[in-house]
Write a protein that binds this ligand. Structure first.
Ligand SMILES: [Zn+2]
Length: 252
């Protein structure tokens, strides 16, 4: 581990370093951290931009998709000029303009049961910014078996939810919360029911905050808790989530 920051780093990260809870030591910890973000969409956009700005030393991006005009209503990391380009490339280029000193690794692939463990292996923490249940279960099961913290969020219409899963360390996993994938015909998807764009910014920013807190060991972890955001009422609710002893992933 490095002992101190360069003069440039001290200037770039001055507002972090001045926080006694972060300091030079905390900033070095961030610079030496490796975080994988699954999905460079509505949630991934703010997550990636804040984590790059915060100086996460290695940021991985998993996405197989290309930028579409209909993405730009909320996926603020991409621009009109990126339409038709891989989201990983578009996101990586944007991040390089924010912070050229960090390493960005593009994984231009769909997350599958056969590649998830290999993709996750090199990272300290996983961020789930995916938009479907299959990917969420995969993020959960893989990060559980590799004992890596998972910061997860989801969006629908005017609502968002957020939690952190460290079931290998006690506490529930995503499957404890949602044991079965809902009937695909009943699942609201953002392409069919819509998403109020700025809600992605709210939830993605909260996700980035939790990633930084987890890496630095600051404050209260969201593990074992679920945060629910309702934009129409502008309210947050935090509920406790118990571990399910019969959970197929983390149960006895
Ligand atoms: Zn579980």
């Amino acid at each position: 581990m490095r002992d101190d920051l360069t003069d440039d780093e001290l200037e770039r990260y001055a507002r972090h370093v001045i926080l006694e809870e972060v300091g030079e030591e905390g900033q070095i910890k961030l610079l030496e951290s490796k975080v994988l973000v699954v999905g460079a969409g509505g949630l991934g956009a703010p997550v990636l931009m804040y984590l790059a700005a915060a100086g996460i030393g290695t940021l991985g991006i998993v996405d197989h998709d290309v930028v579409d005009l209909s993405n730009l209503q909320r996926q603020i990391i991409h621009s009109v000029d990126d339409i038709g380009r891989p989201k990983t490339r578009s996101a990586a280029e944007r991040l390089e303009t924010i912070n050229p000193d960090i390493t960005i690794i593009e994984h231009r692939t769909r997350l599958t049961a056969s590649n998830a463990a290999d993709l996750f292996a090199d990272y300290d923490l996983i961020v789930d910014g995916s938009d479907n249940f299959a990917a969420r279960y995969l993020c959960n099961d893989t990060s559980y078996s590799l004992k890596k913290p998972l910061v997860s969020a989801a969006l629908v219409r005017f609502e968002g939810q957020l939690s952190t899963f460290k079931a290998y360390d006690g506490g529930p996993c995503y499957r404890c919360l949602f044991p079965e994938p809902p009937d695909p015909d009943l699942v609201p998807r953002c392409d069919t029911v819509g998403i109020f764009g700025a809600v992605a910014g709210v939830m993605g920013s909260l996700q980035a905050t939790e990633v930084l807190k987890e890496l630095l060991g600051l404050g209260t972890s969201m593990a074992g808790q679920l945060l629910l955001f309702d934009a129409l009422d502008q309210t947050f609710r935090k509920i406790k989530v118990p571990k399910d002893p019969d959970c197929p992933t983390c149960g006895n």
